[in-house]
Design a protein around this ligand. Sequence first.
Ligand code: 5GP
Ligand code: MN
Length: 338
Amino acid sequence: MPEKGLQDVHEFLSSPRKILIASHRNPDGDALGSSLALARYCQLRGHSVTVAVPSAYPANFDWLPGIKDVLIFDDQEEEVVEKINDAELFVYLDFNHVSRIDKMGEPMAEKDTPVLLIDHHLEPDLSHEYYYVDSTASSTADLLFDVLTRWENTNYLKDELISTCLYTGIITDTGTFAHNTNSRLFGKVSNLLESSIDHIAIQNRINNSLTEKQLRLLGYCLYHRFTLIPEQKTGIIYLNKADYSKFEIERGDTEGIVNNILKINNIKIAAFFTQQPTIVKLSLRSVEDYNVADLARKYYNGGGHKNAAGGSHYKGLKSALELFKKVLPEFVKQHTNE
Ligand code: 5GP
Ligand code: MN
């Protein structure tokens, strides 16, 4: 597992420091859970800590301990920049390169503040002073568990707030233990449950928290916007601009729609295209060895993980869909032969 300087960071944290924790745009349960777990740990150790993300978090994470203190660059740029300028350590969680956090990354990249990177995406930026990365790990929360255990044994994992946040990250990124799990992960989860967190309630808050509008939108997508290509074991859903205004779709309303495609027997690849005001966003999911991060990187200026990736297209929805259908047979053939 690539790592560098974890012990040095621990020593650095032996006196009170100003720390800025940053995570990615459209933060999910892993981005938020790992950031808030680390923030809580830092607070308990007497540090002054800020969590900042480029854009707003979904409303269904409102309950996460400490979330009200998270700064959102899109809305609070000045405050975030002030914290960036003050910080003695940046911690990058759940993204692989500073370019992934857009404009928020610019003032950070200009500073020579040391960086600790903890991440499970492919191709992490290993130019930083400190890192702990593993693209086979279930989640960043999973990796943060290792780091905290390395620093403190399991002492801090007994803290209910830290455990709640780490559990949230793991649940989010494994689809509640449906993928990316292994015996080591279950060992860690067993440890987290010892802190008497309400794990069933957390699962419900994450998995059963749709609004009526979101569930009806899912129904619409499956009925009107869904194409199956059985020969390529692939399903495609798209939403166009008119759909966005008809359903008054907001950020977060489309979260998770793509995963439903994989519920069909023998379907291995799922694609979800959304026509945004200026670009088309693509979300990809897969099972087995269909490495959709390859496809996202090669054709859609994107990336991600083997089984969950995304990217963008700049020539409209029709063109984005046509490109996908064009490159799909070759992609499937390549990954079947591996
Ligand atoms: P989602 O489909 O949930 O937006 O993203 C799934 C995964 O793909 C995430 O881990 C995310 O990091 C990655 N991803 C999504 N969009 C992009 C993109 O435009 N560029 C890169 N490099 N990765 C992306
Ligand atoms: Mn993650």
